[in-house]
Design a protein around this ligand. Structure first.
Ligand SMILES: [Zn+2]
Ligand SMILES: [Zn+2]
Length: 131
């Protein structure tokens, strides 16, 4: 199940609702690859070890910040675990920019997000669940 996180600026009221995590249908590789821009999907296909069945992959949407759009957005991320190696590929923003990923489990990080409009402090809260 995924969560919807609401980021709201304490000063100007600017807010974002972002879905993070993954849905119930997101356990199929071809479904998941469809969430990525072409360049990122191609990177994932190249990393996937086609002949080696010893790998596992996981998918989740994370909170990202695009410094070009000056906005918080949902970023699909794909992780491949192969032996001890863990590689994560993140989709780019709609504008093509690579975003900064924000770990929503990192409470200190989540409590220090700033508003792109007025630089005020943002408050993060769970607004709901989705599947
Ligand atoms: Zn603000
Ligand atoms: Zn952007």
């Amino acid at each position: 199940m995924g969560e919807t996180i609401r980021l709201k600026c304490n000063d100007c009221g600017n807010s974002y609702e972002l879905g993070i995590g993954h849905g119930m249908a997101d356990n199929r590789l071809d479904t998941v690859l469809g969430y990525f821009d072409e360049v990122s999907a191609e990177r994932i296909r190249r990393i996937l070890p086609a002949s080696d069945k010893g790998y596992r992959w996981s998918y989740r949407k994370m909170i990202g910040y695009c410094s070009s759009c000056r906005s918080y957005i949902e970023i699909p991320t794909f992780s491949i675990m192969n032996n001890e190696e863990n590689t994560t590929v993140a989709a780019t923003c709609r504008c093509g920019n690579n975003c900064m990923l924000i770990d929503d489990n990192d409470k200190a990080r989540m409590n220090s997000l700033l508003c792109p409009k007025c630089n005020g402090k943002m408050t993060a809260e769970i607004a709901g669940m989705w599947d």
